[in-house]
Unconditional design. Structure first.
Length: 263
């Protein structure tokens, strides 16, 4: 964003505020900054490991809440997303904060897992048939062999340090012309510091990717999508997910709907 953020609506929140108050503050924050706001979206056509499984299908009951989309070139979307999975007969949820932005130049697929984010939560999928580099303080970089030099050019020490922040770390994915930052915890959307950090990181990383320009790597055959495999949930339980996931999801979404829309 070219102009400073107007965070005044978020500063009106008082100690002990609830979901309804936070949702309204974020709506007013989006309005004050010329952004669009959606409290809840259940059909989200985004690529990326947080939204799609290894076969490219939407994750079970995947949806996003409190989406704020900043207009301009580029458009930047920031929100929290969640999906469901099962361990034995227990249906669980996995929630992630994310920032999404389209790239204007060609870029091969890339997945970066920072040490700080990995210590909190593992991404649900990992690439196969790729090179895995270890950079910085334990950051793991998954990339096609033909795009290794390009990836090293992007992931300079300053970019790695920016991503691998102990208080609010991000993983990074580039896929199908999109750049995603994933927070292993839900973003505290009522906190102005979260918005400043998320927007600052996505702008810096996008600039580094655009400057590197992946045209040559793409021309050499580096793909825009990496083959993926889902990390196994301990205890398995796909059958339990089919049997019980829909019921649990309906209950959960009703709760969210009540919290967001009851005014």
């Amino acid at each position: 964003m070219a102009k400073p953020l107007d965070v005044a609506p978020l500063l009106q929140l008082r100690d002990g505020y609830g979901d309804r108050e936070e949702s309204e503050a974020v709506r007013l924050f989006a309005e004050a900054n010329g952004a669009q706001f959606w409290p809840l979206v259940l059909d989200q056509p985004l690529p990326g490991v947080v939204f799609r499984d290894a076969a490219g299908r939407p994750r079970q009951m995947q949806g996003a809440g409190r989406i704020v989309r900043f207009p301009g070139d580029p458009e930047i979307e920031i929100a929290n997303s969640a999906f469901q999975y099962a361990i034995e007969l227990n249906v669980m949820s996995s929630a992630w904060g994310y920032a999404a932005v389209r790239l204007s130049r060609p870029a091969p697929a890339l997945l970066v897992e920072t040490a700080s984010a990995r210590a909190i939560r593992l991404l649900p999928s990992t690439p196969t048939a790729v090179v895995t580099l270890t950079l910085g303080n334990g950051t793991e970089v998954h990339v096609d062999t033909r795009a290794v030099d390009w990836a090293r050019g992007i992931l300079r020490p300053d970019i790695l340090e920016l991503l691998d922040d102990a208080e609010l770390p991000f993983d990074l994915e580039i896929v199908e012309g999109w750049l995603f930052l994933y927070s292993p915890r839900q973003l505290a959307v009522g906190d102005p510091r979260v918005w400043r950090r998320a927007l600052g990181v996505v702008a810096a990383v996008r600039e580094a990717v655009e400057e590197a320009d992946g045209t040559d790597a793409m021309a050499s055959g580096a793909p825009p999508v990496l083959p993926m495999k889902d990390r196994p949930w301990k205890g398995g339980g796909r059958r339990a997910l089919v049997l019980y996931g829909s019921v649990a999801a309906v209950v959960a979404l009703l709760g969210v709907g009540i919290a967001l829309f009851a005014r």
